[in-house]
Design a protein around this ligand. Structure first.
Ligand code: FE
Length: 211
């Protein structure tokens, strides 16, 4: 635990509910009681932000970096500024750092102590990112955890685990998939997944039929 501990500064990492969380839960209960909210609507909205809307920001930055070498340089030099160019900024995005996955180096992101995550580019963190098994195991046995995500990284590729915290929040610039040469920036953005920007997956080659 000590090896990977990092300074988390303020109190937003407490496992007690914050005032905001308490208020959100109170509101949800009240709306359910009054019949305004029914079924899993809240979960569906959270899911949308977790899987679709949030990560699309990051996907746009990734696609732009693939087609524009100068943008890629800016992204790797100062991700906070580079994503601001695309209109993405805000909470939990003050010190974003983009790291590039290559044929020699694979990065995977974690917050070992809690759930620090680059909100402006990836939206809300998925449940597994916040859970203890991922946080503790990915540091000890990254290749094994990656395999559980269906990801095999060759022995010739170094795997580096980066620990996000309040000072710096990492996200991954995944390798551009094979077969994507003819695609436009918009088409490329649609290929980029949240998990590839956390580094737990790599992007599948684009089949000739789909391209
Ligand atoms: Fe954290």
């Amino acid at each position: 635990m000590n090896v990977h501990s990092h300074d988390h500064g303020d109190g937003h990492h407490t496992h007690d509910l914050s005032e905001g969380e308490v208020r959100a839960r109170a509101l949800e209960s009240l709306l359910r009681e009054k019949g305004v909210l029914q079924g899993p609507i809240i979960d569906e909205i959270i899911d949308m932000y977790t899987n679709d809307i949030g990560p699309m920001n990051g996907a746009k930055a990734v696609a732009k970096a693939w087609v524009d070498p100068e943008y890629k340089q800016r992204l790797l030099a100062n991700a906070t500024e580079a994503v601001r160019e695309l209109g993405f900024s805000g909470m939990e995005g003050e010190n974003l750092r983009a790291v590039e996955n290559t044929d020699k180096q694979h990065h995977v992101i974690v917050c070992t102590l809690c759930s620090c995550y680059p909100w402006p580019v990836l939206g809300l963190p998925p449940r597994w990112y916040k859970d203890t098994p991922y946080r503790s195991r990915v540091v000890r046995e990254p290749r094994k955890v990656l395999a559980e995500f269906g990801t095999t990284i060759g022995d010739e590729v170094d795997v580096k685990v980066l620990d996000s915290n309040v000072e710096v929040r990492y996200f991954v610039l995944p390798k551009r998939p094979a077969g994507s040469e003819g695609l436009s920036e918009d088409e490329l953005a649609k290929l980029v997944t949240r998990d590839s920007m956390v580094g737990v997956t790599v992007l599948a080659p684009v089949s000739k039929a789909a391209a």
